[in-house]
Structure formats: C-alpha cells, structure tokens
Design a protein around this ligand. Structure first.
Ligand code: DOR
Length: 442
C-alpha cells in the first residue's frame, strides 16, 4: 500500500499507510455487531488484525485515540459532486476532501451532472477521478436517459458494471408509467431506486415551505402535499411491482406516517433524512438568506419532531446530507432565482451529535447506525464492521471537541452552509479506508 503523493492533504492532517498501524485507546462502537468497547486496535496490511491490548514489541505506527470514538466509516448515500459539467461548484477531488474532513469514508454522488451519469462510461469516469482518496465513491446512475424522464437507462448494463442505486434526483420520475417500468426493471436485479419525491404540478413555482411564513414573505409555496402525494404514489407502485423504493430527503410529518404504514404492511421501502431537515425550520427564511433555500424546503417544528421520531423508531433508516454545493455568485442573487441546495459533508456529524445526541433526542448508537451501516445496507454495499479480519474502514471522532463552523475554512468549493457561525460539539478527526489513514493532528 502506497500513499498517493499527488493528493494534497487537508491542512493539519497527516497520512499513514495501514501496513502496521495501531489505534490506541479509542472507544469502539459498532452497533451493527453490538460492539462498544474501549481498547487498542491493530491494523496490518489494511486488515483489522487484533482488538485488545498492543502486544509487547510492537514496532508499527501509533495513533493516540484516547477520548475518541472509533466507529464504522461514515457513509453518505446522497451527495452532489458536480463533475462532469459543473466543476465551478465542486469537483470529485474537492468533494472527496470535504467528505474525508467530515469523517466520511464513502459517498454516493447523484447523477445530475452534465452530461447526466446515465451510462457505464460516465460512471467509470467518476470512479476513476476518486482513485487515491480514502473515500469510496459509488456513483448513482440515472433512472432515465439524460434525466429527461422519457425513456429508461440501460439498467441491466449499469448493474453489470456495479451500479446498485438509480435516481433522477434533482427531479422526480414524473411519469407514473415510467416509474412502474423502472421498478419492474430494477426488481430483476434487486437494485434500489432513490426517488426525489415531488409532484411537479403542485410545486412548480415553490421556493419555500407553503404556510404562514411563505404567505407573510410573499414567496411562492412548496406544499407538504407535493411530497406526500409523490411518496404515496411511489409506495403504491413499489407494492404493485415488488420493486424497491428509497425515499430521498424525506421532509414532512405526513410523509413519515405514510412510510411508517407502508413498512407495517411489508412494502419494500426505506427512507433517508438530511441534517438540515432535522435541525432547521422554515421561519429561518425570514431573513431571505439563500443558504437556507433547499429542495424539499425546510418545514415546520412539528415536521422536525416527526422526523426525529421516525428516525428513532426505525421508520427512517438513514441520514444523508444531500450535499449540494453552488458557486457563491449563483447563491448571491434574488432569493427566487437562486438554485436550491446547501452543503453538508463537513458539518453533518457535528450537527447531529450536537443537536440530537447531546440534546437527548437520539442515542449515540442510533446516530452511528443511521450514518454507517444503514445506508450501505440500503445500497447493497459491503458492510464496514469493526471486527478482526475485516478490511479496515473506520471513522474517528472526538465527541467532546467544540468548534465553530466557518464557511471560509471549508474544503468544499461550495460555501453555502446554513450552519456558518454555529458552535458544535463533536468533530471528526480521522478516517481509515482503502489502505490509508488520514488523521487530523491535535
Ligand atoms: O436542494 C437541492 N439541491 N435539492 C435537490 O434535489 C437537488 C440539489 C442540487 O443538485 O443542487
């Protein structure tokens, strides 16, 4: 295993190979296998060799991890890395560095690039751009050619090429007939469709949640029902076809209830929620700050409560950031004309840990589960387990470290974070994956 010297590390980080590396004294938590133990961990040739005490005569590299938590590598099943086509917003390289700094060892970029990721050539282009980083990049392929909603992509060929998830995210598959065919086709390979659930005829002009605040601000509303009708339709189609549907960025209390009932009757449905939908409500838009403009929009405090309940009781399976970088000049125009989206990779863990775990609303174990094993399971990717003889795929974070979010210090090209100036408690400090450890000093 060789370190790739062409990759510039984030400032203040060090790289190690995993030929002979000890992680000393971390609290290791892997809810998927019931592990919660403070111990040393020995890695040799990229594999976890020993969990316990460091043997006498150890002569490998050491990382002092006392006070840190080691968990399976975080995985984000919903990011936008913008390449090819929108490299002024983000590149796979800047996105991978932002992911690593945020503690993610894996990400799944959406295909709303230009051209859209709708064939194996483009999927492999994205994979190749990510080589050398300690971050697994699993591109999601488009459901329809060019994301135009007219005809299906070659789902079988993409599956043969290793694609496990399909989406036209950014837009829904608006035609129910096409979604039916897509579910029938994907079912043959047991792959999942991650759907952006939006009924366009109800949301066409909407720029924020429809309600008292949008009325007061005079902004066109994007109503909850615009999401709920689409979720209802897609669940009925999944039930009818036996296909597998994943609800991307679920945002309303009604949606949570629809998914809860569908799961209870055995439909093959899963759902993800973003950190911003769990922590920010639509009143924050009173200042017309375009960093808070996102699709689906920020909802109400009641919706937030229902989303947290759904995450706790298992209705919602995963947290995903929907990291959506845009260039500063694109966000600095009239609110109505700015693109939807916020960045999220570098703040996700700190935000969830501070606002949900430390606030007593979500257990630490559940946070880890929904950010690590759950998204990999939904996408049918290999598990990242902390056990002897497994390939090492680990995130280290300091649950006590306080830090201030500063958009100017972010590695993403997008500076459109809704958390600028927030003080968070809990910060990633290393990832170990693909034969490399990136560790933040201090
Ligand atoms: O806010 C969003 N931004 N929602 C989406 O569905 C797409 C994304 C983007 O690509 O910018």
């Amino acid at each position: 295993m060789q370190l790739n010297n062409n990759i510039i590390l984030p400032k203040g980080w060090r790289a190690f190979t995993t030929e002979k590396l000890a992680i000393r004294g971390a609290r290791m938590i892997d809810p998927s296998i019931g592990l919660d133990l403070q111990a040393d961990l020995i890695i040799q040739d990229g594999t976890i060799k020993h969990i316990g005490e460091i043997p006498d005569g150890w002569d490998g590299e050491n990382v002092d991890a006392k006070g840190l938590i080691a968990c399976p590598g975080l995985f984000d099943m919903h990011v936008h890395l913008r390449e090819p086509g929108y490299e002024h917003k983000e590149t796979i390289q800047t996105g991978c560095i932002a992911a690593a700094v945020g503690g993610f060892t894996g990400v799944a970029p959406m295909p709303n690039t230009n051209p859209a990721l709708d064939n194996p050539g483009l999927i492999n282009f994205v994979r190749e751009r990510a080589l050398g980083f300690p971050v697994d990049v699993h591109p999601i392929a488009a459901v329809t050619v060019g994301r135009r909603g007219q005809s299906l992509t070659e789902i079988g060929e993409l599956f043969d090429d290793g694609v496990t998830t399909f989406s036209d995210d950014g837009s829904p598959v608006a035609s129910a007939e096409l979604m039916r065919r897509a579910l029938e086709y994907t079912r043959m390979f047991d792959v999942v469709i991650s759907e952006h659930c939006e009924e366009p005829s109800l949301t066409a002009k909407g720029v924020m949640h429809e309600g008292a605040v949008s009325t007061r601000l005079g902004l066109p509303g994007w109503p909850s029902i615009g999401e709920e009708i689409a979720i209802e339709r897609n669940i009925r189609l999944a039930e009818f076809t036996g296909g597998r549907i994943h609800i991307a960025h679920i945002s309303t209390a009604g949606s949570v209830e629809i998914v809860r009932q569908a799961k209870a009757r055995g439909v093959n449905v899963t759902a993800e929620v973003t950190p911003h939908h769990l922590t920010l409500d639509c009143t924050i838009l009173e200042g017309f700050n375009s960093d808070y403009k996102v699709n689906p929009p920020l909802r109400t405090l009641d919706d937030i409560e229902a989303l947290i309940e759904g995450l706790t009781d298992g209705t919602i399976d995963a947290i995903a950031t929907d990291h959506a970088p845009h260039a500063p000049d694109e966000k600095e125009v009239e609110f109505i004309n700015t693109p939807f989206g916020m960045i999220g990779l570098e703040t996700a863990l700190g935000v969830i840990h501070t606002r949900l775990v430390l606030a007593g609303k979500l257990s630490l174990q559940r946070m880890i589960e929904v950010m690590t094993s759950a998204p990999r399971r939904i996408m049918h990717l290999p598990a990242a387990e902390i056990k002897v003889n497994s390939p090492v795929n680990i995130t280290l974070f300091n649950p006590d470290e306080k830090w201030m979010v500063d958009r100017e210090l972010m590695y993403s090209k997008g500076k459109n974070t809704p958390y600028h100036g927030w003080e968070l408690t809990g910060r990633p400090c290393g990832i170990i994956n693909r034969g490399v450890a990136w560790i933040r000093k201090g």
